[in-house]
Design a binder for this molecule. Structure first.
Ligand code: NOJ
Length: 555
C-alpha cells in the first residue's frame, strides 16, 4: 500500500462483541476476529478499526476503560491481540485501535485512588472533582447534562458516610472525565499511545476528541437550545446537521481550542514511528470548518464526516455536504472521509427507510414507526455506491456489506445501552445496530459462534442476509460491495478528484477520473450518461436508472 495509506483507505469498523465469537460465550472476541479475517480480505477493505477491547466493566460497551494497556478477558488476552494484528498484517490489512481519552471507567485504579483520597489531593486532580453549590453543597457544581441523559455530575460519599464532592462525567456515571489540564494525565496517555504503537498498531480512532478540554471555571451552559442539543448528540431529532451538536466554540464542554495542542503532541509522537501511523477524530463538531481544525497538518490525519452521515436522502443536501466537506479538508490538506453507519447510529439500511427523511432517531423500538425495509435497503445500496465513488477515505461498519437493517423490535428488557435507562426510557439507544453478525444461515446463532449463543438476539430478517447466503450470489449486497471495492481500488478512485456533471435537481452525477457516478434520488427513471456500465445498485429498467438507484460507468 502507498505511503500515507490512510488518504484513500477503506476502513472496516469491527465492533468486537458482535463480530464473531470463538469461545462460545455469546460475546464476540479477538480470536473470533482473527478467524474471520479472510472474509475481510475477500471483501476488499484496506484496514480495520477495532472498537474498544480493553479491560472494562462494560458499562458503556467498553468505552469505559479500567486498564488501557490490557485486553478484557471477555475478548481474550494481549497474546490474542498480537496474533490478530500479526495475521492482519500478513494479510495486508492495517489495524486501527480505539483510544478513549476523555474519560476512564470509575473502576480505573486512578479513579478508585481519587475516591479514597481527600478533596484537593493529587489523586483527585486527575479528574474533575468539585464541591457542590447551595446549602450543604447539595446541588451539582453546574447545569451540564450528560449525553446519555440526567446530570453530568455524580456526588461521592466520604469515608465517614457523609456526602462528599461531585465529579464530572459527560457520559455515564461510570465514565468520569479526566482533567486534561493535568500534566500527569497527558503523560499517561503518551505512555498508552506508545504501548500500542510498540505493539504495531497503524493508528488510533480518538473517542470524543472534541471534549477533552472544558472551558475554564466550568461555567453553566447558558442557552436552552444548547442544553437540549447536548442530550441529542448521539440521537437527533432534527434535520441533518443540526443534530450534530457537540459543537461551537461557545459551548463550555465541546470543541475548546485547548484540545488542539494535545493532538499536536500526539502527532509528534506518532511521527517518531515508522510506517505512517495515523489518528482519526471522532468529533461531532459543526460546522465543518471547525472540524477541519482537527486535521491541520500537525494534528490528526482524518476526522469522521458526521455531517455526511447525517444528510437525508436528498440530492441537494448531499451535494452541498460533499462540496463543503471537500472544500474544508482541501483547505488544510487533509483527505475527506465518508461514513454512513457506525455503532452509535441507526443502520443506514433502516435510516433511509424512515418515512420522515429528516429524522435520525436514537434507536427504534417495536412500538415506534417502523422503517420501510425494502426502500431502506434499496437506498442504502445506492448511497453506498455513491459514497464509494467519492475520492478520499471511507469507513464501513460491520454488517452493512450484508445490507443488515437495524433490529427494530428488540425486547426493551434486553437493552444494554446506558442511554435507555439514563434517558428515563425515552431514547431506545444503540443496541439495535450492535446485533451479532449472521455468518451462516443454517447454523445456530447464524454462525456467530460455536454454541449458538448471542449476547443480543438476532432478528429473523438476519437469516436470509447471512454471509453464506450472499457469497457468489449475483446482485447480493455483499457482491455489490465486493465489486465496488475492487473497482475503486483498480481505478484508484480514493486518490481521484470529483467533478460534478450537470444533472436534474434530484440526480447526482460526477466524474472521478475515468469513472462517472450517478445516483437517482428522484421519483422517476433517468437516462444513464454515456459510457460502459460497470456497476449498478439495482436493476436498470429499460436501460434507464430507476429511483433510489446508483450506477458507475466508464469511458
Ligand atoms: C463515542 C462512542 O462512539 C460511543 O459509543 C461512546 O458511548 C461515547 N463516545 C463515550 O465514550
Amino acid at each position: 500500500m502507498s505511503p500515507e495509506w490512510w488518504r484513500n483507505a477503506v476502513v472496516y469498523q469491527i465492533y468486537p462483541r458482535s463480530f464473531a465469537d470463538a469461545d462460545g460465550d455469546g460475546v464476540g472476541d479477538l480470536p473470533g476476529i482473527t478467524g474471520r479475517l479472510p472474509a475481510l480480505v475477500e471483501l476488499g477493505v484496506d484496514a480495520l478499526w477495532l472498537s474498544p477491547f480493553y479491560r472494562s466493566p462494560q458499562a458503556d460497551a467498553g468505552y469505559d476503560v479500567a486498564d488501557y494497556c490490557d485486553v478484557d478477558p471477555l475478548f481474550g488476552s494481549l497474546a490474542d491481540f498480537d496474533a490478530l494484528i500479526g495475521q492482519a498484517h500478513r494479510l495486508g490489512l492495517k489495524v486501527i485501535v480505539d483510544l478513549v481519552p476523555n474519560h476512564s471507567s470509575d473502576e480505573h485504579p486512578w479513579f478508585q485512588a481519587a475516591l479514597a483520597a481527600p478533596a484537593g489531593s493529587p489523586e483527585r486532580a486527575r479528574y474533575l472533582f468539585r464541591d457542590g453549590v447551595g446549602p450543604g453543597g447539595n446541588e451539582p457544581p453546574n447545569n451540564w447534562p450528560s449525553v446519555f441523559g440526567g446530570p453530568a455530575w455524580t456526588r461521592t460519599t466520604d469515608a465517614d458516610g457523609s456526602p462528599g464532592q461531585w465529579y464530572l462525567h459527560l457520559f455515564d456515571t461510570k465514565q468520569p472525565d479526566f482533567d486534561w489540564t493535568n500534566p500527569e494525565v497527558r503523560a499517561e496517555f503518551l505512555r498508552v499511545l506508545r504501548f500500542w504503537l510498540d505493539r504495531g498498531v497503524d493508528g488510533f480512532r480518538v473517542d470524543v476528541a472534541n471534549a477533552l478540554i472544558k472551558a475554564d471555571g466550568l461555567p453553566d451552559v447558558t442557552s436552552d437550545a444548547e442544553t437540549n442539543m447536548m442530550s441529542t448528540i448521539l440521537t437527533a431529532t432534527s434535520g441533518a446537521g443540526d443534530a450534530i451538536v457537540h459543537s461551537g466554540p461557545t459551548s463550555p464542554m465541546w470543541d475548546q481550542d485547548g484540545v488542539h495542542e494535545i493532538y499536536r503532541d500526539w502527532r509528534r509522537l506518532l511521527d517518531e514511528y515508522p510506517g505512517d501511523r495515523m489518528m482519526v477524530a471522532e468529533a461531532w463538531v459543526s460546522p465543518l470548518s471547525r472540524l477541519a481544525r482537527y486535521v491541520r497538518p500537525d494534528e490528526m490525519h482524518q476526522a469522521f464526516n458526521f455531517e455526511y452521515l447525517s444528510a437525508p436522502w436528498d440530492a441537494a443536501a448531499i451535494l452541498a455536504v460533499i462540496d463543503s466537506s471537500i472544500a474544508v479538508n482541501d483547505s488544510v490538506g487533509a483527505p475527506t472521509t465518508w461514513v454512513l453507519s457506525n455503532h452509535d447510529v441507526v443502520r443506514h439500511a433502516s435510516r433511509f427507510g424512515l418515512a420522515d427523511l429528516t429524522l435520525r432517531p436514537n434507536g427504534i423500538g417495536a412500538t415506534d414507526d417502523q422503517p420501510d425495509a425494502v426502500l431502506g435497503l434499496r437506498r442504502a445500496r445506492a448511497a453506498t455506491l455513491l459514497m464509494l465513488g467519492l475520492p478520499g477515505s471511507a469507513y464501513l461498519y460491520q454488517g452493512e456489506e450484508l445490507g443488515l437493517p437495524e433490529h427494530t423490535a428488540l425486547d426493551d428488557d434486553l437493552r444494554q445501552d446506558p442511554t435507555w435507562m439514563r434517558s428515563g426510557q425515552l431514547e431506545r439507544g444503540r443496541d439495535g445496530c450492535r446485533i451479532p453478525l449472521p455468518w451462516e444461515a443454517d447454523a445456530p446463532g447464524l454462525g456467530f459462534g460455536p454454541t449458538g449463543r448471542t449476547w443480543l438476539p438476532q432478528p429473523e430478517s438476519y437469516s436470509a442476509l447471512a454471509r453464506d447466503r450472499q457469497v457468489g450470489v449475483n446482485g447480493s449486497t455483499l457482491e455489490l460491495y465486493r465489486a465496488a471495492l475492487a473497482t475503486r481500488r483498480e481505478r484508484d478512485l480514493g486518490n481521484g478528484a470529483l467533478r460534478w456533471v450537470p444533472s436534474a435537481p434530484s440526480v447526482l452525477t460526477f466524474s472521478n477520473g475515468p469513472v462517472t457516478v450517478i445516483a437517482n434520488l428522484g421519483d422517476g427513471p433517468v437516462p444513464l450518461p454515456p459510457g460502459e456500465l460497470l456497476l449498478a445498485s439495482g436493476e436498470l429498467v429499460d436501460g434507464a436508472l430507476p429511483p433510489d438507484t446508483a450506477a458507475w460507468l466508464v469511458g
